[in-house]
Ligand binder design. Structure first.
Ligand code: HEM
Length: 184
């Protein structure tokens, strides 16, 4: 996992829960890196998992709730640092349908060593997109937040349903609709 995912996460923790909580989760997580990350470095995903589980214990928020909140924060970084990618698409569904074959392909060049999910499009039309999410990291709530923010970015409303195909969240089906259109 890339360092930028850690640095953005730790900034969110400090902003939302304060320096003390930040300090505690770093000290109690037994991190190989010692909790020192550079945005271009690459670190073991286990470190992120430990940090989130510790944060969940401290805040009583679930890991899913925290990953969802973190997705919203991470999106702001994407908007700021990758404007050119957003400019390529005229709307949210076009953009989301391009993650697998274009966006994350570019990301692999920009962030060597990135560990990315796989998205497989099942159905696509003018108003909706159905995609499977596959990842050993089970960050589907992070994905949901990024999808919702993508709609907001283009000033459109969304309705996004997810269904776990694997109980552990490594395979999740997303049904993404432009709000205002009937769910099929
Ligand atoms: C400008 C557009 C985007 C850029 C530059 C980008 C970049 C990245 C980067 C750098 C990571 C971290 C990789 C790592 O830590 O090794 C990541 C992870 C991820 N991205 Fe993107 N991304 C973009 C758009 C999106 C969108 C719109 C989605 C919507 C679902 C998405 C879904 C994900 C997910 C779910 C992960 C977490 C990894 C996992 O689940 O296995 N990305 N992305």
């Amino acid at each position: 996992m890339k360092g930028i995912v850690f640095t953005e996460f730790l900034e969110m923790v400090e902003r939302e829960f304060g320096f003390e909580v930040l300090d505690e989760i770093i000290n109690e997580s037994n991190l190989a890196s010692g909790g020192i990350y550079t945005s271009v470095g690459t670190y073991d995903f286990i470190e992120m998992q430990s940090l989130i589980v510790k944060l969940s214990e401290k805040t009583k928020l679930s890991v899913d709730e925290l990953l969802y909140a973190y997705g919203k924060t991470f999106f702001a970084m994407l908007e700021k640092n990758h404007k050119n990618i957003f400019n390529l698409y005229s709307g949210p569904l076009e953009m989301l349908a391009s993650i697998e074959n274009h966006i994350h392909v570019e990301v692999r060049k920009l962030y060597p060593g990135a560990e990315l999910p796989t998205f497989r499009i099942i159905h696509q039309d003018e108003h909706s997109l159905e995609m499977m999410y596959y990842s050993d990291r089970s960050m589907y709530m992070f994905a949901k937040a990024l999808m919702e923010k993508t709609f907001e970015h283009y000033h459109e409303n969304s309705r996004i349903n997810l269904e776990k195909v694997q109980e552990d969240g490594t395979q999740v089906r997303f049904k993404i609709h432009k709000a205002g259109y009937a769910v099929s």
